[in-house]
Design a protein around this ligand. Structure first.
Ligand code: COA
Ligand code: AMP
Length: 635
């Protein structure tokens, strides 16, 4: 494919939308093949393949068995933190998933019911997700680095019957006990969960029996329950039914329940595997993320299995488990063709092994591409890792909301020239515009709001869980006719997209998305704090770090170090260690507009050494003079 052919393909996906996507839908097994692609009858809420019926677990598993590929590898569990590993063939994984689905069915879970999954990176996580898909139940995976209150708010919003969990997760420095967190979340939640199923792991101090006594829910042992369960068959559902809910941070403290549908997801992920990630049957992909994030949902679990590839589930870190050669060790050991990670992970490897000497210790000849997403890929890191591995480094830009890349390089069809700092070109079905503040289209080279003309392609969010109006207000109201991504960037003369950062108060720490508002709400609950602002400041390793600026109540003279310790502990307990919140400064005042809006962007610009844009509506400009010396040393 030349660049011209890319354009033809992209044009066709927009102009002959229905034909394009019905053709793409042929890669999926349907119980009832769709005759229609887009249903725009309830626009701006769009549905894809309204008359299609299918089962995703069948598409990820049974289909490959029926094609005679049951003995091929489907899942490789590789734990650097427990030194455990296990490989599952398609036949074995299908059996595990069918029994887990049978166990859930035995607890009363059926199509449309919700199941919350709070699991570390162990095989039970993808097994549980696929088991829900088998029953047509809706899973909601919660990342293990979130605290009880965050888990509780997701339980209240998703209203699950069952929570699936484990004794805990293993971080390099400690064991994270999950059971007290789950028990506390159940206490905090208003919604009552009927059953909790626990996968017991060695080396954890809390047991099911202990927590069960103090709870209204029935607690069960995973292995006992699955041993008694009979395997469940796939349940056919509508393409427009929800497959999962994944909560993500917005600007407020209330997470948004991004909904992913069944049919659109199957079609879009299958297309992306061939075209973007160049991974097909029998090939092996390592996506070094966590199943709690969208990258994990799409490219650890669903997409590799949809196309009959093998997926590596890695429990460990890029560095320190045991060293910065962890990824390269897995490439050699598992003969990985596609590696997908976040820029932060590469920067962490570079910091520990600047010459990439460890890459030289392994046979990396199987590796064809390195894919990166989750945050901006800085050109220095892109160059360094490309030189070290001698494979193309392919940036791709997307979000929890879209589920698969908005912009990427379709290397599986034919690679386009890479431009450093760019995620390359919009993928099929995405009509990308750069809009000014009033919604006007900006010219090539001008930075503005990145917006996607509606409708978006299959696989993107149809709505937010149970709240169409919030979906419309959050994403579709700023620029009528467009989905506002919340990112800022520009298109160059060749149509390459450069994504520069968020336009809102979402903070991206190590590729993890955090809400400034949520952290501020926790800080504001401290008795010494009169008001506060949290902003994401540039961080060499993690991309950004969340930094808090607090004004004390009149008369309070708290010791700065004690206050910092109290506030960081509070954020850790209320949001979770994932917030990685460590930096707090006490200031005498915060810069605000006359209407009381805190000028976070201006603060960020000062801290990052940029020329600050100071709005004419500022209440008291002298506040900035006092604040500048505090902000600048933050760099
Ligand atoms: N459960 C419980 N705690 C967790 C956790 C989990 N699943 N994941 C992270 N944490 C904790 C860590 O233990 C750490 O706690 P600490 O403050 O007690 O040390 C804290 O959350 C921050 O962890 P992390 O973000 O992993 O930072 P780090 O400094 O330990 O490691 C990196 C730095 C770069 C190695 C790490 O951030 C990383 O691997 N980043 C890649 C991220 C990624 O893949 N993102 C997915 C988006 S595609
Ligand atoms: P999440 O929903 O957690 O995947 O986070 C999505 C956000 O991460 C995007 O809106 C961007 O701000 C940022 N992001 C993800 N991938 C990239 C990328 N390739 N380049 C720049 N920013 C990115």
């Amino acid at each position: 494919m030349t660049s011209q052919t890319y354009r033809q393909l992209h044009d066709r996906s927009l102009r002959q939308r229905d034909e394009f996507w019905l053709e793409a839908a042929a890669s999926v097994h349907w119980e009832q093949a769709p005759q229609r692609a887009l249903d725009d009858s309830a626009a701006p809420i769009y549905r894809w393949f309204p008359d299609g019926r299918l089962n995703l677990s069948y598409n990820c598993l049974d289909r490959h068995l029926e094609a005679g590929r049951g003995e091929q590898t489907a899942l490789i569990y590789d734990s650097a933190v427990t030194e455990d590993s296990r490989s599952y063939t398609y036949a074995e994984l299908t059996d595990e998933v069918a029994r887990c689905a049978g166990m859930l069915a035995g607890l009363g879970v059926g199509a449309g019911d919700r199941v919350v999954i709070y699991l570390p990176m162990i095989p039970q996580a993808p097994i549980a997700m696929l088991a829900c898909a088998r029953l047509g139940a809706v899973h909601s995976v919660v990342f293990g680095g979130f605290a009880a209150r965050e888990l509780a708010s997701r339980i209240d919003d998703a209203a699950p019957d069952v929570v699936l969990t484990a004794s805990g997760g293993v971080e390099p420095s400690r064991r994270v006990e999950y059971l007290p967190t789950v028990a506390e979340a159940l206490r905090l939640a208003t919604h009552k969960v009927s059953s909790v199923v626990v996968q017991q792991r060695d080396g954890f101090s809390h047991s099911v029996q202990e927590v069960a006594d103090d709870s209204q829910a029935q607690w069960h042992d995973w292995e006992q329950l699955t041993a008694q369960a009979s395997p469940a068959s796939p349940v056919t559902v509508s393409a427009t039914d929800p497959l999962y809910i994944l909560y993500t941070s917005g600007t407020t403290g209330r997470p948004k329940g991004v909904v992913r549908d069944q049919g659109g997801t199957a079609v879009a992920l299958s297309w992306s595997m061939e075209a973007i990630y160049a991974v097909g049957p029998g090939q092996i992909m390592l996506t070094a993320s966590d199943v709690g994030w969208v990258v994990g949902h799409s490219y650890i679990v669903y997409a590799p299995l949809l196309v009959g590839a093998a997926t590596v589930l890695y429990e460990g870190k890029p560095v320190g488990t045991p060293d910065a050669g962890a990824f390269w060790r897995m490439v050699e050991q598992h003969r990985i063709t596609a590696l997908f990670t976040a820029p932060t992970a590469l920067r962490a490897i570079r910091k520990t092994d600047p010459e990439a000497a460890l890459a030289g210790d392994y046979d990396l000849s199987s590796l064809e591409h390195l894919f990166v997403a989750g945050e901006r890929l800085d050109p220095a890191t892109q160059r360094w890792i490309g030189d070290a591995l001698q494979v193309p480094v392919i940036d791709n830009w997307w979000q929890t909301e879209t589920g698969w890349p908005i912009a990427a390089n379709p290397v599986g069809l034919d690679p386009l020239p890479v431009k450093e700092g760019s995620a390359t070109l919009p993928m099929v079905g995405y009509d990308v515009s750069i809009l000014g503040p009033a919604g006007e289209e900006l010219r090539a080279g001008q930075e503005g709001n990145i917006a996607l003309r509606l409708p978006m392609p299959p696989g993107t969010l149809p709505t937010l869980w149970g709240d169409d109006q919030r979906f419309i207000d959050s994403y579709l109201s700023a620029f009528p006719g467009f989905y506002a991504t919340g990112d800022s960037g520009y298109l160059d003369e060749d149509g390459y997209l450069f994504v520069m950062g968020r336009t809102d108060d979402v903070i991206n720490v190590s590729g993890h998305r955090l809400s400034a508002g949520a952290i501020e709400a926790v800080i504001a609950s401290h008795p010494a704090v009169a008001e506060c602002a949290v902003i994401g400041l540039a961080d060499e390793l993690k991309g950004q770090r969340a930094s808090g600026f607090v004004v004390l109540k009149a008369g309070r003279e708290d010791d700065a170090e004690t206050l910092r310790a109290e506030l960081t502990d509070l954020v850790r307990r209320m949001i979770g260690p994932v917030a990685d919140f460590k930096s707090v400064s006490v200031v005498s005042a915060l810069p605000k507009t006359r209407s009381g809006k805190i000028l976070r962007k201006t603060m960020r610009q000062i801290a990052d050494g940029e020329q600050p844009r100071i709005p004419s509506t500022i209440e008291d400009a002298s506040v900035l003079d006092d604040l500048t010396p505090v902000l600048r040393p933050q760099r």
